[in-house]
Design a protein around this ligand. Structure first.
Ligand code: COA
Length: 372
């Protein structure tokens, strides 16, 4: 039997994350997302996803030390970035850069589990530098080197904006990374696992994952949500805007989910940050428009917001250009993708589903000259 979109088909066993779509719950290795968003840092979550346990202080220090040392771009990256900054879209840049990074990885083609782990951490460490360098170059600004004193989130904002962000903005960014870090067998993670299952290398698997994330039905939805908020302009316009889109059979981006049948728990947390960041910046406009869209979409179509909807207003208030919102999703998901790739290598069988043939039955060959 064909299950279109493979809904409810279990494609792998995993110890990394779990969802209860009916109750709107999400856990990373058993820890509820709410607890992680309240207490953890992104770096701790990276450790958790890769090791299955929260780090001790010494383990965390070691991880942070490695990530901090590995933030610089490879020689290939440094050389090609000025070209990409003026020719490629942000997600195309990221896809190309991650693919190109394989050429200069110090572990080369070493496929041992230890080398795979180091490659994973280098990717996690470098993606913020790729995004920030790209943005500085394309806007004609001086490139800001990574600051080893700053956390993953604080350093990203520093490299992007050229000034240290305020602590509550850093925390909002850090929590957003945690919320985006993993999400079971979503399209991009599945892509990464399929590629890994052929025993292709980590960079190939992650390049494929970035390609899958790009589309507006997956990671691209946060950018599309922001464009909608801008088009709506004020809360009073939300109801008519939603009605018109639905009448034209267009998607309301940032709403609906393949697994959640209720509120996405990440959206609840992002919504609170949308309010908090708006208040801190003295501008609740984006939060209020978002609330109005949420109400109208529920009333008119019974759909709940997903992770991408409130991420848009949070990132906007943090000064993130709209077209960098999906690359930031990738930055954070790098933690989960790489953990899944390593999990796939550790207990592998090539992923090769079946298909149901619905074309014509066996036919006889017709020579070219006999075809009309
Ligand atoms: C996420 C998504 C791809 C899931 O797709 P799915 O599993 O096929 O969704 P469902 O089966 O629950 O859809 C049920 C119905 O609601 C509609 N629907 C789902 N999400 C919708 C949305 N955001 N806007 C309008 N209609 C939507 C579907 O078209 C379908 O309608 P139909 O029965 O008339 O054909 C889909 O909800 C979507 O496109 N959302 C917008 C993009 C987005 O935010 N993506 C990020 C996901 S984290």
């Amino acid at each position: 039997m064909t299950e279109k979109g493979l809904r409810d088909v279990v494609a792998a066993q995993t110890r990394i994350s779990d969802i209860d779509g009916e109750r709107g719950r999400l856990w990373y290795v058993g820890y509820p997302i709410e607890d992680l968003a309240e207490h953890a840092t992104f770096e701790e979550v990276v450790y958790l996803l890769h090791h299955g346990e929260l780090p001790t202080p010494a383990q965390l220090d070691q991880l942070v030390g490695f990530l901090t040392r590995e933030r610089g771009l490879s020689p290939f990256g440094t050389k090609i970035m000025p070209i990409l900054a003026h020719t490629a879209s942000p997600m195309s840049m990221l896809r190309t850069m991650v693919s190109g990074t394989s050429t200069y990885d110090p572990d080369g083609w070493d496929e041992s589990p230890e080398a795979q782990y180091r490659k994973a951490l280098r990717l996690i460490a470098r993606v913020p530098t790729m995004i920030a360098t790209y943005h500085r170059l394309r806007t004609g600004q001086e490139v800001i080197p990574p600051n080893p004193e700053l956390s993953h989130a604080a350093n990203f904002l520093w490299m992007l904006h050229g000034e240290e962000a305020r602590p509550d903005d850093v925390r909002a960014m850090d929590v957003s990374f945690i919320l985006y870090a993993d999400h079971t067998m979503n399209a991009s993670t599945f892509t990464a696992r399929i590629i890994a299952s052929t025993l292709a290398d980590m960079f190939s698997a992650i390049t494929g994952a970035i390609a899958a994330l790009k589309g507006p039905l997956h990671g691209g939805a946060n950018e599309e949500s922001m464009k909608m908020l801008e088009e709506i302009g004020k809360p009073e316009n939300a109801s008519a805007y939603v009605a018109e889109r639905l009448a034209r059979k267009q998607k309301i981006f940032g709403f609906g989910h393949a697994v959640y049948r209720t509120m996405d728990p990440r959206a609840t947390i992002f919504r609170e940050f949308s309010r908090r960041v708006g208040e801190a910046h003295g501008d609740l406009r984006w939060y209020e428009i978002s609330r109005a869209v949420e109400e109208s979409t529920f009333e008119q179509k019974g759909l709940y917001p997903n992770v991408d909807f409130y991420a848009a207003s949070v990132y906007h208030m943090l000064g993130i250009p709209t077209d960098l919102m999906t690359p930031i999703f990738a930055l954070a998901r790098m933690a989960g993708w790489t953990a899944h790739v390593r999990e796939q290598y550790a207990d592998n069988r090539v992923i090769r589903p079946d298909s149901e043939y619905v074309g014509p039955p066996e036919r006889r060959w017709v020579p070219l000259e006999a075809r009309a």
